[in-house]
Design a protein around this ligand. Sequence first.
Ligand code: PNS
Length: 189
Amino acid sequence: MSSDSRSENRTRRAGAGGKKCPLRIGVYPGSFDPLTNGHLDIIRRASKLFDKLIVGVLVNDSKKNPLFTIEERAALIRKCIGGMPNVEVGTFSGLLVDFVKQHGAVAIVKGLRAVSDYEYELQMAALNKHIDGDIDTIFLMADVQNSFLSSSVVKELAWHGGSITGLVPKEIEQDIVDNIKKRRAEADN
Ligand code: PNS
């Protein structure tokens, strides 16, 4: 993409014949291994606050053993954002603030489920602000019905044969169940 078309993608017209003004772009980062209904709720709500929302999927941390590869995680998210034309999915490694700047975004979006999330997220928000004072983090409170939900509990539940219906988007439920079954079979052999 040329730098001209890139800058065109970052502006919008303010009314008929109006001057161009910058798009308000937000980044919602995470591991998304896999996407849950809690993540999707934050994506839906944040997409209404920004002209464009980029879901930033963190490239595999070598210390973790992810269920899905980075490409698979991004593809699963794309399967679930059909009705949200201003949402895009990207992948990144390295610093989050660099990804945010590359995309001309103005804010990082994070979801908060409970006080236990708060301390870590406060530290990350302050650190990111220290690295780049122009980038703010905004927090959306998780819906109470998602307050217990995380990618880890989804994986653990599915691993032990529990139902994950209602915890993950229906578009990707079978993908998750199938992958866990494959992993279990590998572990049993
Ligand atoms: O879904 P997660 O695993 O809780 O998401 C964590 C994420 C991706 C938001 C966080 O690990 C992150 O921002 N990683 C990128 C590296 C970075 O910028 N770290 C902060 C400064 S050291």
